[in-house]
Ligand binder design. Structure first.
Ligand code: PGA
Length: 252
């Protein structure tokens, strides 16, 4: 953790569930969520967003989208604007997830425009970066992530409270994670890059780790320097697992 930064445990529900299962998950989180230490965020599929928001109304759990368009409105069939998310109660939006980058060809330049749109709409962007396995094997992981940060984060990102999620592509949904030393080294590099590019505001930027975070490995990962929380995929679909990860945040 970084002293002075409130940790965040974020759940990325991706394209999973039915409306009924989403509501069951929301109810289970709502009744068990602690008001204390880590902030909790869930990012349901767009279709389930409003019912989940209604189920979480009055709780301390924040809501986010999984993507948004870079334009404020207009002829973009199938897309969602940042202001639409904000209008239905989102406070955050995940941008540049590696699945968006690979499934939809999103480049860092596109992520930056989406990020600008999110900031303009008053949403906190959660920008994902991370290397592929081939890039890590070629010793390019830090260079790739630094480039993604410089190209994806617009001016004003840090002062607006923007969040970075480091998610090695090869660790997502695979049950594999980098070693704690590798995560610590990468997060230190991310901190330095954000501070160099965005000034002292970057010292308060929350840096999440994501990729196969589970109740069993969360405590070790969350205790690392410059790891200020987690972005959780698979384990966020099981209320007890997500809450166990939240409880693994070190005290103080
Ligand atoms: P995972 O996904 O926890 O299932 O590995 C993480 C993510 O993609 O955000």
């Amino acid at each position: 953790m970084t002293p002075g930064i409130r940790p965040l445990i974020a759940g990325n529900w991706k394209m999973n569930g039915t409306l009924a299962s989403a509501l069951r998950l929301a109810e289970a989180l709502r009744s068990a969520a602690m008001s204390a230490t880590p902030e909790l965020l869930v990012c349901p599929p767009f279709l389930h967003f409003q019912p989940v928001a209604a189920a979480l109304l009055g709780s301390t759990i924040a809501l986010g989208g999984q993507d948004c368009h870079h334009a404020a409105s207009g002829a973009h069939t199938g897309d969602i604007a940042a202001a639409m998310l904000r209008d239905v109660g989102a406070s955050h939006v995940i941008l540049g997830h590696s699945e968006r980058r690979s499934d939809h060809g999103e480049t860092s330049a596109m992520v930056r425009r989406k990020c600008e749109a999110a900031l303009a709409a008053g949403l906190v962007p959660v920008v994902c970066v991370g290397e592929t396995e081939a890039e890590r094997d070629a010793d390019q992981a830090e260079a790739v992530v630094a480039r993604q940060l410089l190209d994806s984060l617009p001016p004003g990102f840090a002062t607006a409270g923007g969040i970075v999620a480091y998610e090695p592509v090869w660790a997502i949904g695979t049950g594999r994670t980098p070693s704690e030393a590798e995560v610590a080294a990468m997060h230190g590099m991310i901190r330095n890059t954000v501070v160099q590019a965005h000034g002292d505001g970057g010292r308060a930027t929350r840096l999440l780790y994501g990729g196969s975070v589970k109740p069993g490995n969360a405590a070790g990962l969350l205790a690392l320097p410059d790891v200020d929380g987690a972005l959780v995929g698979g384990a966020s679909l099981v209320a007890e697992d997500f809450l166990a990860i939240a409880r693994a945040v070190p005290a103080g």
